[in-house]
Ligand binder design. Sequence first.
Ligand code: AHG
Ligand code: MN
Ligand code: MN
Length: 343
Amino acid sequence: MSKTITLGEFIMDRQAAFPFVSGQLTRLLTDIGVASKIVNHQVNRAGLAGILGESGSVNIQDEAQQKLDVFADQTFMRILSVGGSVAGIGSEEQEDPILCGDEGKTGKYIVLIDPLDGSSNVDVNVSIGTIFSIQRRKTPMGEPLTEQDFLQAGTHQIASGYILYGSSTMLVYTTGTGVNGFTLDPAVGEFFLSHPAMTFPEKGRIYSVNDALLDKCSEPTRIFVEGCRQTRGARFRARYIGSLVADFHRNLIHGGIYLYPSLIKKPNGKLRLLYECAPLAFIAEQAGGMALDDDGRVMDRIPTELHQRSPYYVGNKNLVQAFMASQLAEKNPAMNTVPQREN
Ligand code: AHG
Ligand code: MN
Ligand code: MN
C-alpha cells in the first residue's frame, strides 16, 4: 500500500521546501482544516441538530442568513482569530472586518472568507462549501490595520482554497505552486491527499449558468450560451448546482465554464470579488484555467469595497477564451462567437 499523506504532513513538507515561508502560514492553513472539520460535522447532522432554516437575520448584502451561515462564520472567526497568525478577517457575513489580537497590530495575514457558500442548498441536502483567501498585511506589524490591508488585488494572494461539503468532504488549496486536493476520511477525522497536482482537463464540455438570468444579461453572453446549447447534443452538457464551490469543483474535474454574468439591473452580477471570485480565480489559474470579469483578468482587479460584487466567467482556458471572443465580437461582428462543435 502506498503511503498516505495527511493535510498536516503535506503543509509541513511544503513549508520545508520553501524556507522563507514562516510557520505562521502553516499554522493558519492547519487552523482552516480544523475549522472546516467542525463545520463539516454540523453540516452532516444539520437535520438532527436543529440548524436548518433561516436564522432570522440578514447579512450586509441584505440576504437572509441561514443558521448554518452563522454557525460557519462563527466557527471560522473563533478558530482563526486566536491562532496568532491572522491580523484581520473579512467575512461575507460581517459588515466590517474583524481585527484579531491587539487591534490587528500583530499577525502577518489577512483572511477573506465566504464561510458557507451555496446557502440556498442547505435545507435540501445539496453540496455546499467554504471559500478562503489569504493575503499578507500591507501595514507594518505593530501598526493598526487599515482598509487597504483588506483591499488587495487577487495577484497578492499567497494562498486560497475551498472546502466542498459534498458526497465526500474535500479541501482544495493552492499556495501558488499548483493545486492539491484532500479528502476527509470521516472515520479518522483527517484529510488525506487524494487529488495531487489538479489541472483542468484539456477540453471543457460543461457550461454552468443560471438559465433564468439569460434574458437579463448582455446579447454576446446570450449568444455564447446559445452556442453551447447548439453543440450540447454532441459534446456540451448543462450543469448548474447553484453552489459556486460545487459547480467550480465539478468543472475543474470534468472540464467546463461557469458564468455568473453582469445583468442589466445588476451590472456587477452577484458574486463577491474578495470572498468568491478572486480565491477561485487563483485556483483556476494554478490549475491551468482562466477567470475573467467584464474587463479582463479577475486576479488583476483592485477592490474598492470589501463586499464588492463582480461578474465572473471561470473554467477551462479554451472555453473562457471562447467566451472572451464572444464579448469582443460585439465590437467586431465579423468574428465568430459560438463555441465550435468538435468531432
Ligand atoms: P452564498 O450562499 O455564499 O451567498 O453564495 C451563493 C452564490 C453561489 O454559491 C452560487 O453559485 C450563486 O450564488 C447562485 O446564485 P443564483 O441562485 O442567482 O443562481
Ligand atoms: Mn458564496
Ligand atoms: Mn456564503
